[in-house]
Design a protein around this ligand. Structure first.
Ligand code: UD1
Length: 419
């Protein structure tokens, strides 16, 4: 087994390079099913979740070449044949469900294990299924599987009750080869959706409005392969921005898009962190005394739920009272329990956490309870007194490339050890 051991107290300095967004790359790999040709993904992050979705594609005979040295993934779907991924594989990662839309579009049918609950909430798939049904698919659920079939998909108007990222992506991918026009209203507007649309359009799709709450998709007969460089990971960048703030350091983060970071920049600025954009870099200076803030997670362009845990770690170290309201997932405060082991003063009431800053956190043995919670604990460890040991690293490895090496490069005292 592995754990990350952090000795807190070091100041960070220098620069760190941000990888491509996991949440862009996963749907893009799923979308390559639609191409019927060769797709090349440049600067791909070599992450567990990315490997899992590639395994899912292999079950439908996609020819995949992962070039780890050059961070390149080449996917050839010209010889695709119908197949169904094992339940075990699908349950490893909820985003496996993103192949459903492309598979229905390509084969007119698909059966896949229900992604199941996840530890951050119940995470239903009703909105995805509502979309497929509106496009003319017969959808049924039984024995732990969801099945859809259709003679052909036909464009329709679909209103999402909630701007779900996954549902918007899945419906968009199903609709690109449908007959006629599809309009998704109250669509999610996350930058990763815009990136997926950019990829699909480069393959020959006709999508407008991605990145806004109304997306229009005009169906085309077929698509072709393309080469794509995904956007930078705004959550990884945000995590390093908080690292500078929590260690009261000044660092340069290379590989950012200011527009995508706006909600995070706004909150950190409100806290007193100094942030300066220079091209596609951001210089973060957390050396001033910080103020607590109130944060409410919202769909984009609101404050991202994927940065909530990291901000909680930061608020634990800032004098005064901060409040976090989590509106996206109903059970996303598990890191609070772990932070309390480090001496944090946090009170949870339903979807609200009240955080009273303490003088200093103290290093402890903790567990990553989910991906972003794991990152939050590393951040807490960087500022804590003494040694923090973080277990259950598989959560962190799902979404952060080389996290301990990136922190080490900034001067942190951090090691991954086998025990
Ligand atoms: C994606 C991201 C995840 C991020 C989340 C919210 C990927 C691979 N993952 O997850 O990192 O935390 O967006 O920004 O991109 N919901 C329904 N019915 C549905 C679908 C969703 O009620 O059919 C609800 C969920 O339970 C949740 C909310 O909508 O409460 C948001 O979920 P959604 O936007 O779908 O998140 P994901 O796409 O799973």
């Amino acid at each position: 087994m592995e754990k990350i051991v952090v000795k807190g107290g070091n100041k960070l300095s220098g620069s760190v390079n941000i990888s491509a967004a996991k949440n862009s790359v996963l749907p893009i790999i799923a979308a390559s099913i639609l191409s019927g040709g060769k797709c090349v993904i440049k600067n791909a992050p070599m992450l567990e979740d990315v490997f899992v979705i590639n395994e899912v594609l292999k079950t439908v005979s996609a020819d995949i070449n992962i070039d780890k040295e050059n961070n390149r993934i080449i996917i050839d779907t010209s010889k695709l044949s119908y197949g169904e991924p094992s339940g075990e594989l699908v349950r490893k990662m909820r985003a496996s469900f993103l192949v459903m839309g492309p598979m229905i579009a390509r084969f007119g049918r698909f059966k896949i294990s229900l992604p199941g609950g996840c530890n951050i909430g119940t995470r239903p798939i009703d909105l995805h299924l509502k979309g497929f049904t509106a496009l003319g698919a017969d959808v049924s659920i039984g024995h732990g599987y969801v099945e859809a079939s259709t003679r052909k998909l036909i464009g329709n108007k679909i209103y999402l009750d909630f701007p779900s990222v996954g549902a918007t992506e899945n419906i968009m991918m199903a609709a690109v080869l449908a007959e006629g026009e599809t309009i998704i209203e109250n669509a999610a507007a996350e930058p990763e959706i815009e990136d997926l649309a950019r990829f699909l359009n480069a393959m020959g799709a006709e999508i407008t409005g991605a990145g806004t709450d109304t997306i229009k998709i005009t169906g085309v007969k077929n698509l072709k392969g393309t080469t794509h460089k995904p956007i930078y990971d705004r959550i990884e960048a945000g995590t390093f921005m908080v690292a500078a703030a929590i260690t009261k350091s000044k660092i340069r983060i290379c590989g950012v898009n200011e527009e995508h970071l706006k909600p995070i920049i706004a909150k950190l600025t409100e806290m007193g962190v100094s942030l300066e954009i220079e091209g596609d870099s951001i210089i973060v200076d957390g050396s001033r005394e910080l103020r607590p803030v109130d944060i409410k997670t919202m769909p984009y362009p609101g404050f991202p739920t994927d940065m909530q845990a990291q901000m909680m770690s930061l608020l634990c170290t800032v004098k005064g009272t901060g409040v976090i309201t989590e509106t996206i997932f109903e059970n996303r405060f598990m890191h609070a329990q772990e932070l309390k082991r480090m001496g944090a003063n946090i009170k949870i009431d339903g979807r609200t956490a009240v955080i009273e800053g303490v003088e200093r956190l103290s290093g402890s043995e903790v567990k990553a309870t989910d991906l972003r919670a794991g990152a939050a604990l590393i951040l807490a460890g960087l500022s804590a007194e003494g040694i923090t040991e973080i277990g259950d690293l598989y959560h962190i490895d799902r979404g952060y490339v080389n996290i301990e090496n990136k922190f080490k490069g900034l001067g942190a005292d951090i090691e991954r050890i086998n025990y």
